[in-house]
Design a protein around this ligand. Structure first.
Ligand SMILES: *Cc1c(COP(=O)(O)O)cnc(C)c1O
Length: 455
C-alpha cells in the first residue's frame, strides 16, 4: 500500500487483548448501560428481532463475552454455534484485516479472486467422501439450503423436497416451508413454497425406535405421500439444532442415504449448525460414516463473517446452467479470508479433539446431575453440542416453564445459555472450543446450583 496510514485509516490491526478469562458480575444483568441501549434498540429496531439476553457487548474472546457495564459472562452459545474457534480469534482477525486492506469486494462473478477458490478446495477436501466435488459460496445458511434445493432440482428434473419433524432450515420463504415449527418462524408469514413434504424424525428419547425401524417409518410416509420418482431431495440435519439437539438413532441416517441412492434422490445434509469440529468430528455425518450427496455449511465456517456453502458430488453440483447460481456478495473475499483462517485454526489447535473433550466433560457432569433429578429427561448430543431435555418428573411431558426459569437464572448469574426444541424445553450448550476448562467447570457448578434452587 502506498498511502501513509492515518488515525482514520489505521494499518492492519493487531487483535485486541483477549479479555480476562473469568466470570465477573459488577452490576445486575443487564446493567444500566445495557438497559439504556436496549431502550434505544426498542425505539430504533423492529420489535420482530428478539433479544435472548439484553447485555450489549463490548468485547469477546476465549470463553467469555464482556458487556458495556464491565460484566464478563461465560459464553455457552458461541453466537449460536458460530464462533467455534473463539470470538475475535487473533488469526482470524489478522487474516480478515489483511484482506480488507487489500480489497473488500469485486464480486466473484465479475472479477474473481483466489480466496474463494481456496475455500472451495478446502470444503471439497474436508467434507465427507473422497469423490470428485465442487462448491458454491453464499451468505447465509438459509440461502445455501435454498441453493442446494435448486441444484437437486436441476440435477433430477424433479420438484418435491422432503424434510423432517423438528427441522430448522432458515427463515426465507422456501426454508420456512422446510422448517417444522410455527412459532416464531412461520406464524403469519405464509403462503409457503409448494412441494415441501415432512417425514417423521428419529427421536430416540420420545419414540424409542432403533435407527433402521425409524427409517422404515419415515420412508413409508415418503413413499406413500410423495413417491420417490417425484422427489428431488431429502434434506436433513444429521443432529437437529433448533429442533432440540436431537441425535437420530444409529443407522437412521445411513438407511435414508441408502434409500436416496437407490431412488436417485439427492441426499442433502444440512450441517449448518453441526459443521466444522463442533460435534467432535469435522462434520456430524462422519460419526455415522454417512456420505451425503450435498453438504450445506455456514455458521462455524468463518468466525462470524457471513459465509455459507453448498459442497457435493461434481456431477450434481455442475447440473445447473452457467450463470444459474451466484449472488452479489456470495464468497465475499473478507469472509473467505476469515474462513481459511478458521480452517487452519481448527487443524493447528486440534479443535476436533478439543470438542470431544468438552463434550466428555459436559456429558459427565450433566449425566451425574440427571441421575439425581427426574426433571432432566435426557442428556444428549455430540462434542461441544450438548443438550438437556427438561420434562415433568419421570414423564415425557415437556417443561418449558422450568427451562425458561433455569435459562433466566443462568443469565442473571453470568452464563450465556440458549434454549431450543419444538416445545421450548431443551437447554443447549454450544461453547466456543476456545473455552478454558476452569470456566466450563464453573459454568456447570453455577448450573447445578440453579437446578438445586429451582427444586
Ligand atoms: C441456523 C441454521 C440455518 C439457517 O442459517 P442462517 O445463516 O441463519 O440463514 C439453517 N440450517 C440449520 C441447521 C441452522 O442451524
Amino acid at each position: 500500500m502506498n498511502t501513509p496510514s492515518t488515525a482514520a485509516h489505521p494499518p492492519v490491526v493487531e487483535a485486541g487483548p483477549r479479555p480476562t478469562q473469568e466470570r465477573r458480575l459488577v452490576t445486575a444483568i443487564p446493567g444500566p448501560r445495557s438497559q439504556e441501549l436496549q431502550r434505544r434498540k426498542e425505539r430504533a429496531v423492529s420489535r420482530s428481532v428478539g433479544t435472548v439476553l439484553p447485555v450489549y457487548v463490548e468485547a469477546a474472546g476465549g470463553g467469555v463475552v464482556v458487556d458495556v457495564d464491565g460484566n464478563s459472562l461465560i459464553d455457552l452459545g458461541s453466537g449460536i454455534a458460530v464462533t467455534t474457534v473463539g470470538n475475535a480469534h487473533p488469526r482470524v482477525v489478522q487474516a480478515l484485516a489483511a484482506q480488507a486492506a487489500a480489497f473488500t469486494h469485486t464480486c466473484f462473478m465479475v472479477t474473481p479472486y483466489d480466496g474463494y477458490v481456496e475455500v472451495a478446495e478446502a470444503l471439497n477436501r474436508l467434507t465427507p467422501g473422497a469423490h470428485e466435488k465442487r462448491s458454491v459460496l453464499f451468505n447465509s445458511g438459509a440461502e445455501a439450503v435454498e441453493n442446494a434445493v435448486k441444484i437437486a432440482r436441476a440435477h433430477t428434473g424433479r420438484q418435491a423436497v422432503v424434510t423432517f419433524d423438528h427441522a430448522y432450515h432458515g427463515r426465507t420463504n422456501l426454508t420456512m416451508a422446510m422448517t417444522a415449527k410455527n412459532m416464531p418462524y412461520k406464524h403469519g408469514f405464509g403462503p409457503f413454497a409448494a412441494e415441501v413434504y415432512r417425514a417423521p424424525m428419529s427421536y430416540p428419547f420420545r419414540d424409542g425406535l432403533p435407527g433402521p425401524e425409524a427409517a422404515r417409518r419415515a420412508l413409508d410416509v415418503i413413499d406413500k405421500q410423495v413417491g420417490a420418482e417425484n422427489l428431488a431431495a431429502m434434506v436433513i440435519e444429521p443432529i437437529q439444532g433448533e429442533g432440540g439437539f436431537i441425535v437420530p438413532a444409529s443407522g437412521f441416517l445411513a438407511a435414508l442415504a441408502q434409500w436416496c441412492r437407490q431412488h436417485g434422490v439427492v441426499f442433502v445434509a444440512d450441517e449448518v449448525q453441526t459443521g466444522f469440529a463442533r460435534t467432535g468430528a469435522m462434520f456430524a455425518c462422519d460419526h455415522e460414516d454417512v456420505v451425503p450427496d450435498l453438504v450445506v455449511t455456514a455458521k462455524g465456517i468463518a468466525g462470524g463473517m457471513p459465509l455459507a456453502a453448498v459442497t457435493g458430488r461434481a456431477e450434481i453440483m455442475d447440473a445447473p446452467h452457467v450463470g444459474g447460481l451466484g449472488g452479489t456478495y456470495g464468497g465475499n473475499p473478507v469472509a473467505c479470508a476469515a474462513a481459511l483462517a478458521v480452517l487452519a485454526t481448527i487443524e493447528e489447535e486440534q479443535l476436533v479433539e478439543r470438542a470431544r473433550r468438552i463434550g466428555a466433560s459436559l456429558t459427565e457432569r450433566l449425566t451425574a446431575l440427571q441421575a439425581a433429578d427426574p426433571r432432566l429427561g435426557e442428556v444428549r448430543g455430540r462434542g461441544a453440542m450438548i443438550a438437556l431435555e427438561v420434562v415433568e418428573p419421570g414423564t415425557l411431558e415437556p417443561d418449558a416453564d422450568l427451562t425458561r426459569r433455569v435459562a433466566a437464572a443462568a443469565h442473571a448469574a453470568g452464563l450465556i445459555v440458549l434454549t431450543c426444541g419444538t416445545w421450548g424445553n431443551v437447554l443447549r450448550f454450544l461453547p466456543p472450543l476456545a473455552m478454558p476448562d476452569h470456566l466450563l467447570v464453573e459454568a456447570l457448578d453455577v448450573l447445578e446450583a440453579i437446578f438445586e434452587e429451582t427444586r
